[in-house]
Design a binder for this molecule. Structure first.
Ligand code: ATP
Ligand code: MG
Length: 325
């Protein structure tokens, strides 16, 4: 099947990301009693930073770039402010061939903006101003007339009424929904569960899945998520992933043991990577291989979009086990 005419709308946040790295001050410091890691920035001191990378992020713009690089019709739907950060995001999306004609502007808030302090091990501390990417109105997301096949929805900052209106309208238009909820949706599991009746594909990490259903293992979590959705995916960082469409259940390990330079965008690359193949008729195992390859490439580069794979990239095998559901 050719992907040329498959259209996916990515809904959610758009943020300018500024990465500061290569600084002695960003080395993690462990708390001996809790083993938690911290960055210690002395108040009043001036810390030297030897590398700066300007990039863009936000789950929806990251996903839209995966879809565009995979040759699909990608539409971004989200909210920007009237400012240089908003301009930078539009420039990047235009350059990637993402349709930006359906985005909205908020006249009161600035575009989302994050400063990411990158530690040498790829973990980071993020200072984030969510701004326009958290003040949404139902009118910002109009899918009628866009003639899309799929909606890829990342967090809408816990705006359940807007999500409900959006999902209902999408279903009315015959648009299928993949959902990768965020923290603010997961804080209200009951409301989130009731949204899932419209969702075709749910992608969450292990901690998030545990907030929705019972289960010790990834497979148990996936099986329980099937009470709500036909296709369930639960990832667990470098420990692997389980996915099922109720016909086949796939457990996969790590695609490649790469050096983690910056894990920003791993989840977005994974979820959008999965959908970019699913809409082209690939099976669960093929979709998981691409999703894993896409996210592995993203964590190997600074920025949430830099490593996103282009169409035609050669993939290799990965540890993967497939069985009937
Ligand atoms: N350290 C790593 N090495 C290799 N691949 C990784 C690593 N971390 C994540 N990935 C890849 O990214 C995928 C998604 O990561 P993860 O399960 O951490 O999602 P997430 O918690 O939703 O991420 P995010 O915080 O970006 O939302 C994994 O299934 C894996 O393929
Ligand atoms: Mg995630």
């Amino acid at each position: 099947m050719s992907g040329r005419h498959i259209k996916i709308i990515s809904v959610g946040a758009a943020v300018q990301d500024v990465f500061l790295s290569h600084s002695e001050e960003f080395k993690p410091v462990s708390d001996v009693s809790t083993h938690e890691q911290f960055m210690r920035l002395e108040l009043g001191a001036k810390a030297d930073v030897n590398n700066i990378t300007f990039s863009t992020g936000g789950g929806a713009t990251n996903a839209a770039v995966t879809f565009a690089r995979q040759g699909l019709d990608a539409v971004f739907m989200g909210v920007l402010g009237h400012d240089p950060a908003g301009r930078a995001i539009i420039d990047v999306l235009d350059h990637e061939g993402v349709d930006t004609s359906h985005l909205s502007f908020n006249h009161k808030y600035n575009t989302g903006y994050s400063v990411l302090l990158l530690a040498p091990n790829g973990e980071r501390t993020i200072l984030t101003y969510r701004g326009a990417s958290t003040h949404y109105h139902a009118g910002d997301f109009r899918v009628k007339g866009v003639e899309a096949d799929w909606l890829y929805v990342s967090t809408l900052s816990g705006e359940f009424d807007i999500l409900h209106t959006l999902f209902t309208e999408a279903r009315k238009q015959g648009i299928k929904i993949m959902f990768n909820p965020g923290k603010s949706e997961l804080l209200h599991p009951n409301k989130l569960r009731s949204l899932l009746e419209d969702v075709e594909v749910l992608c969450v990490n292990k901690d998030e899945a545990s907030m929705l259903v019972e289960g010790e293992t990834l497979e148990e979590l996936v099986r329980h998520l099937h009470h709500f959705v036909p296709i369930a995916i639960v990832s667990d960082g470098p420990n692997g992933v389980v996915a099922s469409d109720k016909t086949t259940i796939v457990r996969a390990g790590m695609y490649q043991d790469v050096r983690v330079v910056d894990r920003t965008g791993a989840g977005d690359a994974f979820g959008s990577g999965f959908l970019s193949q699913w809409v082209q008729g690939k099976n669960i195992a093929e979709c998981i291989i691409f999703a894993s390859a896409n996210s592995t490439s993203v964590v190997n580069h600074i920025g949430a979009k830099t490593g996103i794979l282009a169409k035609g990239t050669m993939l290799h095998h990965m540890p993967l086990h497939e069985k009937p559901y």
